[in-house]
Design a protein around this ligand. Structure first.
Ligand SMILES: Cc1ncc(COP(=O)(O)O)c(C=O)c1O
Length: 404
């Protein structure tokens, strides 16, 4: 019998799984190109006013536990942001500050999932979705997003899967827009239809919008908050991506609706927030400063997103040009998701591909199977054009060496 609980045994994050080998290679003098982690704070400096506010919060003695729900001023600023950007109205009381969206995902599954319950998670998906669902003993129903249709929701497949899993206890449907790992946005039409399906099947809607400020190449984005008015749902967002502040660990769980389910879930989140006492207090002051100064923030992000769009477009062009991959050109977030043409290679799957690529060409990236979509690789497009160019040169060289 294992000392570790059944739920926790085998938990790993595919994005980090090569970390040990990578560190060992670096210790032995290898120069790696790491394009596996979507951490903007590793590439861009924190906005100066946010850094200043963080230091000031400490100098001012804000190192106590904050209210378990989060700083009221921050929660109110979050509600102003949504009403200004998306016309979605709610109050500071409808927001709970979490330690990143990750903690909100943990709260979500602890709150809703009993062993044997299920949730609808579109694949490819962000790795943590499945981890937290499984930790609570849940199972995923996983309709595939439609690669041929710019990774939009495939409504026919969603309907088929809903029908096939009717006997299961489906608790929530998780929509991610913009998407990690595909770097694409969903159409308003498909979202409206998916929301309608969730409503008809009495399934709670969860919308992860953590990349909603990374839009380029003419991307359209619409918040679920705008589309699901009157329908039970929550919105998840935070400072990790939009404020390039991954290490501050600030997320927002937003409960805009007054229906019974949404309010019950909010109470459960509040209980869990109380159980862990507080989110990081100085970080909340820092993010408050960031959100308050909308113009400063917009200027900062416009510049960074323009740079990221150039990098993403270059990477997309170069990877397709190798002849060993097809990748949908991204329009959001900072990822490129490329399908490997195994018919041209002597490699059997994406796990082997990423392992050998690291060993032979010193490029670290993430396998598609980690996101529920085998046969793909995910490239993070945060590094400079020069770094991405040389990473893709190495990938090409690797493929040439493994040509059938
Ligand atoms: C779609 C998505 N949601 C949530 C997270 C986690 O965010 P946080 O740092 O706020 O926990 C990530 C991180 O990469 C993500 O890609």
């Amino acid at each position: 019998m294992s000392f570790i609980s059944d739920a926790c045994s085998g938990i790993e994050n595919p994005i980090l799984e090569q970390g040990m080998l990578a560190r060992e290679m670096e210790r032995n003098g290898s120069k790696l190109i790491k394009i596996n982690i979507g951490d903007p704070a590793g590439y861009f400096q924190l906005q100066k006013n946010i850094a200043w506010a963080y230091k000031k919060a400490i100098d001012d003695g804000h190192t106590n536990y904050a209210e378990e729900q989060g700083l009221l001023e921050l929660r109110e600023e979050v509600s102003r942001r949504y009403s200004k950007m998306y016309g979605v109205g709610f109050h500071g009381d409808d927001v709970i500050v979490t330690q990143g969206v990750s903690e909100a995902l943990s709260f979500l599954n602890q709150s809703l999932i009993n062993s044997g319950d299920s949730a609808v998670i579109f694949k490819p998906f962000f790795t943590e979705y499945l981890t937290y669902l499984k930790l609570s003993g849940g199972n995923a129903v996983m309709p595939a997003l439609d690669e041929k249709n710019y990774w939009d929701i495939n409504i026919t497949e969603l309907e088929d899967q809903m029908r096939a899993n009717k006997s299961k206890k489906l608790k929530y449907m998780l929509i991610t827009n913009p998407n990690n790992p595909t770097g694409t946005t969903l159409t308003e039409k498909s979202m409206r239809e998916a929301i309608e399906i969730a409503k008809d099947n009495d399934i709670f809607i969860v919308s992860d919008e953590v990349y909603d400020e990374y839009l380029y190449n003419g991307a359209d984005f619409i918040s679920v908050g705008k589309l699901a008015k009157g329908i039970p749902h929550i919105l998840l967002n935070g400072a990790s991506k939009n404020y390039m502040a991954t290490g501050l660990r600030v997320g927002f769980a937003i409960f805009p609706e007054s229906d019974k389910k949404t309010q019950e879930l909010k109470r459960s989140f509040l209980g869990l927030a109380g159980a862990r006492l507080s989110a990081n207090t100085p970080s909340q002051y820092a993010v408050l400063e960031g959100i308050k100064n909308r113009e400063k923030h917009k200027q900062f992000m416009d510049e960074k997103v323009l740079q990221i769009s150039r990098q993403a477009n270059l990477a997309s062009h170069l990877i397709n040009e190798t002849g060993f991959f097809t990748a949908v050109q991204p329009n959001s977030a900072f990822y490129l998701f490329a399908k490997i043409h195994f018919d041209k290679l002597d490699i059997k799957n994406d796990k082997e591909f990423t392992e050998l690529l690291l060993k032979e060409q010193k490029v670290q990236l993430t396998r598609g199977s980690g996101f529920g979509m085998p046969g793909f690789i995910r490239i993070v497009t945060l590094p400079s054009e020069a770094v991405l160019r040389s990473a893709i040169e190495r990938i090409k060289k690797f493929c040439e060496a493994h040509k059938r």
